[in-house]
Design a protein around this ligand. Structure first.
Ligand code: NAP
Length: 246
């Protein structure tokens, strides 16, 4: 088991990619904090992980609120005592073309996707720096590198995450903290289920491997970065996109 005894906090882990990462890490021996705005589904996910034999708690967290973030990390530390891994996974979309994009939709996406990761990373670094060890993994997106019509707010937030990741990597390497990002392409989750069949078919044409990825494809990259095998890797991005962006 590659994460035996590790303690991981995953944001937005009630469903989708975050949930898959939680299950994948638990299977590799980690205990997991499931942090999400939706506390009912977060508790369901935590319960399933406990039934699989690992320790897990649900934590109510809106990543865009400093007070929530502080108390979530406090709750996690009370339960687990150490923090080895933070996965910044919580994210939303509020799509529209630039001229129709409302300021509030720009703010909502930037606040959750980028500011949320800043706030959580800051709490994590405070804890990890003391032990001179820790891994921070942020879930970016292929659109950070390619742009995407209708997603000015989302692509900007996901590109911002890359700058945040590289800066944390440089600032805290001397404290034993590794910061990396995973940039998924189109992955089958609730976020992409809302797309019409026509849009989905068009998208598949742009993917050399000819299909959408799965949450498990993303999980595999995250587990690798969290494991000892990736200890000499920091400030990097792993692209999980079927060749859509090279
Ligand atoms: P998802 O199914 O919508 O899951 C996101 C989770 O985050 C949900 O449980 C959601 O709760 C939670 N969340 C939303 N706002 C939050 C907040 N303020 N604080 C804490 N949790 C919050 O999405 P997904 O597809 O699994 O995406 C996970 C991550 O991968 C996101 O960062 C996304 O941008 C990224 N990503 C996804 C794809 C893709 O194709 N699916 C591709 C590239 C990158 P509610 O459901 O209650 O809102």
């Amino acid at each position: 088991m590659r994460l035996e005894g590790k303690k991981a906090l995953i944001t937005g882990a009630a469903q989708g990619i975050g949930k898959a990462i939680a299950f994948g890490m638990a299977k590799e021996g980690a205990d997991i904090g499931i942090a999400d705005v939706n506390i009912e589904s977060a508790e369901k996910t935590a319960q399933e992980i406990r039934e699989s034999g690992r320790k897990s708690i649900s934590i109510k967290l809106d990543v865009s609120k400093q007070s929530d973030v502080s108390s979530a990390f406090e709750t996690f530390m009370k339960e687990f005592g150490v923090l080895d891994i933070l996965v910044n996974n919580a994210g939303i979309t509020k799509d529209n073309v630039l001229l129709r994009m409302k300021e509030e939709d720009w703010d909502a996406v930037l606040n959750i996707n980028l500011k949320g990761s800043f706030l959580c990373s800051k709490e994590a670094v405070k804890i990890m720096a003391k032990r001179r060890s820790g891994k921070i993994i942020s879930i970016s997106s292929v659109v950070a590198f390619m742009g995407n019509p209708g997603q000015a707010n989302y692509s900007a937030s996901k590109a911002g995450l890359i700058g945040l990741t590289k800066t944390i990597a440089k600032e805290y390497a001397s404290r034993g903290i590794r910061a990396n990002a995973v940039a998924p392409g189109f992955i089958k989750t609730a976020m992409t289920d809302v797309l019409s069949d026509t849009v989905r078919e068009e998208m598949k044409k742009a993917i050399p491997l000819g299909q959408f990825g799965t949450s498990e494809d993303v999980t595999n990259a995250v587990i690798f970065l969290a494991s000892k095998e990736a200890d000499y890797i920091t400030g990097q991005v792993i692209h999980v996109n079927g060749g859509m962006y090279m």
